[in-house]
Design a protein around this ligand. Structure first.
Ligand SMILES: Cc1cc2nc3c(=O)[nH]c(=O)nc-3n(C[C@H](O)[C@H](O)[C@H](O)COP(=O)(O)O)c2cc1C
Length: 219
């Protein structure tokens, strides 16, 4: 699985050379390819953008990197992001591109499936950052997979692009494949999609500054 065509955007959210999260993202990309998905590899450099500025937006000056993220999201069915944790939360550069990208209509994260990963030298593996990262994505209607994967002591745990610990490696593989399975079901078997995925956030529409899928997608 997936048995049907599934396109997945994969990137690490760190711009650092030798990034642990870029390595984990690449491992996720290879795992997804082995599972039959079509992978679109990206990097944060592709989505580079100055801090969100409402005046720039109003003047039509949306950064090229943000147009690129929108294009890549729309060209794919799902996304996998490996993101560092900074000071117990999500990394600011990623939140900035989420904020910019959320201004497009239709809003590109809405109803798109996402898997969140992290790698850190710490013993928590950056998991608090992922808990924080879920919030804006779910606010935007993204279907964030319940399981996340955080690799602790990643400076020792990633060896030659692989997770050295066999049991952890198997858990990683299982998590990526389970995510792809759900995204495949949502794309190709919409009759069961409603039963598997239910969005319990605030109702969209006027006053909530979120896209109303019924109005904007005509669904
Ligand atoms: C500003 C800053 C804050 C950080 N805060 C945390 C943190 O709260 N938790 C953590 O696990 N690691 C933290 N780190 C360490 C990062 O996890 C580590 O630098 C990691 O390698 C960054 O990801 P990368 O290798 O993909 O660039 C922090 C690093 C920086 C630069």
């Amino acid at each position: 699985m997936p048995h049907e065509e599934l396109r997945v955007l994969v990137f690490g959210a760190s711009r650092r050379q030798g990034s642990l999260n870029a390595t984990l993202a690449e491992l996720a990309a290879r795992t997804a390819e082995n599972a039959g998905a079509i992978v679109d590899r990206a990097s944060m450099d592709d989505f580079d953008a100055p801090s969100y500025d409402g005046d720039d937006e109003a003047a039509g000056r949306v950064p090229d990197g943000i147009h690129e993220l929108r294009r890549r999201l729309e060209a794919n069915d799902a996304f996998i992001i490996a993101s560092p944790e900074y000071n117990g939360s999500m990394c600011g550069a990623l939140k900035n591109v989420i904020d910019w990208t959320s201004r497009f209509r239709p809003q590109p994260f809405d109803e798109r499936h996402g898997l969140l990963l992290s790698a850190s030298p710490s013993m928590a593996g950056g998991n608090r950052g992922l808990c924080a990262l879920r919030v804006p994505f779910e606010h935007l209607g993204a279907r964030i997979f319940p399981d996340m994967f955080s690799l602790a002591a990643a400076h020792r745990g990633l060896v030659d692009g692989r997770i050295a610990d066999e049991a952890l490696g198997a858990r990683f593989d299982k998590t990526v494949r389970a995510f792809l399975s759900l995204a495949e079901a949502a794309k190709h078997y919409p009759c069961i999609k409603r039963a598997w995925v239910e969005f319990l956030g605030e109702p969209p529409g006027q006053g909530a500054d979120r896209v109303d899928p019924v109005v904007e997608h005509g669904a």
